[in-house]
Design a protein around this ligand. Structure first.
Ligand SMILES: C[S@@+](CC[C@H](N)C(=O)[O-])C[C@H]1O[C@@H](n2cnc3c(N)ncnc32)[C@H](O)[C@@H]1O
Length: 317
C-alpha cells in the first residue's frame, strides 16, 4: 500500500457534512459522485463504455501529440509529475512513459478524492518505474493547502501537473483558483476541455453540436453511476431516477443531470446531480486569459470535441 495523506476535506465525517450542505442547496457537490469504491467502479464503467477515447483514435492522438509537444518546454533532468483528479492514472502513465523515454527522472504524486483511484494510479506508475513518496486524498475544491503540501513533498523540482477530466464539472472561477494554488512561475499544467463541436457562432449550430454529443451522457451506465450517489446519501426512495438534459451553466453550454423529488417538492426544482460544461474554444481560452494564465493550445481532435492546452502564469516574476 503506498503512503497516503488524507486531508480532512476527504475524511468521512467531513464528507457527510458536505453531503448535508449539498442537499440543503439542492445541488450535489461533484466529489460526492466518486467517494465510495462502488461509485469509483461505476464511474470506471462509464469511462470505459462512453469516453470517446476508447472508440475514436483521434482522442488518443491528441494526448500523444500534447505529451510530445508539452515536453519540449520542460527543463531536462528530474521532475515532479502531479496527477490532479488522477482517476485511474491511465493518462499520467502515458505521460510518464513519454517523460521517461525523453530521459527525465520522474517523482510522481497522485491527488484525488477517491482513495481507491489514488492507489490504482500510484501502483500503475510505480510498476512502470516512477518514484513515489506520498500521494494525497483530498477535496480539490478546498485547494488552499495544495501548494504547501506539494512544497513539503518536493520544493525544488519543476512541476508538471495534469488536470484532465475536471474542467467540465467545475465553475470557471474554481478552476482558476486551483491552478493558482499549484502553479509556480515556470511550472506547467496540462489541461483538457470537452468542447461543443461548433463550426460557427450560429445558435442552431450549437444546438445540433450538443445533440450529437448527448449519448455520451444520456445512457444507462451514467444513470447507474449517478443513482449510486442517491443510494449513498440514503435518498433513493425520495427522488425519481436521474434525467439528463441540455442547458447552460454560467452561460456555458452544458449537459445537466437532475432527479425530481417524489414525496414533496421542498425546493420546487429537481435535485441537481451533475453538470458537464462544453466550452467552445474562444469561451475557454478567453476565460484563462482573463484569469491571468498563458494558454498554449497543444492539440485538438479533428471532430473539435476535445482539446489540450499547456498552462503557465502569464506573468513571469
Ligand atoms: C472525470 S474523472 C477524470 C479522471 C482522469 N483524470 C481522466 O481524465 O481519466 C474526475 C476525477 O476527479 C476526481 N474528483 C472529482 N471531484 C473532485 C474533487 N472535488 N476533489 C478531488 N478529486 C475530485 C474523481 O474522483 C475522478 O477521479
Amino acid at each position: 500500500m503506498p503512503d497516503l495523506d488524507f486531508h480532512p476535506s476527504a475524511r468521512t465525517p467531513d464528507l457527510d457534512l458536505q453531503a448535508v450542505d449539498s442537499l440543503q442547496v439542492n445541488r450535489l457537490d461533484p466529489k460526492l459522485l466518486y467517494v465510495t469504491p462502488q461509485q469509483a467502479g461505476l464511474w470506471r464503467k462509464v469511462f470505459l463504455r462512453h469516453s470517446p477515447i476508447h472508440h475514436n483514435p483521434e482522442f488518443a492522438r491528441i494526448y500523444r501529440d500534447a505529451f510530445s509537444h508539452g515536453l519540449n518546454s520542460l527543463p531536462p533532468g528530474k521532475i515532479l509529475l502531479v496527477g490532479l483528479g488522477c482517476g485511474t492514472g491511465a493518462k499520467e502513465l502515458q505521460l510518464f512513459e513519454s517523460l521517461r523515454d525523453s530521459g527525465h527522472e520522474v517523482l510522481f504524486a497522485a491527488i484525488d478524492v477517491s482513495p481507491d483511484l489514488v492507489v490504482e494510479s500510484v501502483e500503475k506508475l510505480v510498476a512502470a518505474g516512477a518514484v513515489h513518496r506520498r500521494s494525497l486524498v483530498c477535496d480539490l475544491l478546498q485547494s488552499d493547502f495544495l501548494g504547501n503540501w506539494l512544497d513539503r513533498l518536493e520544493s525544488d523540482l519543476p512541476r508538471l501537473i495534469t488536470f484532465f477530466g475536471l474542467v467540465p464539472n467545475l465553475a470557471p472561477s474554481v478552476v482558476a483558483r486551483i491552478f493558482r494554488s499549484v502553479l509556480r512561475p515556470g511550472d506547467t499544467l496540462l489541461v483538457n476541455a470537452h468542447l461543443a463541436p461548433v463550426e460557427s457562432d450560429d445558435p442552431n449550430d450549437l444546438a445540433s453540436a450538443m445533440q450529437a454529443v448527448l449519448p455520451q451522457y444520456d445512457n444507462p451506465e451514467t444513470r447507474a453511476w449517478l443513482a449510486a450517489a442517491l443510494d449513498h446519501l440514503g435518498i433513493e426512495d425520495q427522488v425519481d431516477p436521474p434525467e439528463i438534459s441540455i442547458g447552460q451553466v454560467e452561460s456555458i453550454p452544458a449537459f445537466l443531470a437532475a432527479s425530481r423529488w417524489k414525496i414533496r417538492d421542498p425546493f420546487a426544482t429537481p435535485l441537481q446531480l451533475f453538470h458537464s460544461l462544453r466550452y467552445t474554444l474562444p469561451l475557454f481560452e478567453n476565460m484563462l486569459r482573463r484569469e491571468g494564465f498563458r494558454a498554449d493550445r497543444l492539440s485538438l481532435t479533428s471532430c473539435r470535441q476535445e482539446a489540450i492546452w499547456s498552462i503557465r502564469h502569464a506573468v513571469v516574476y
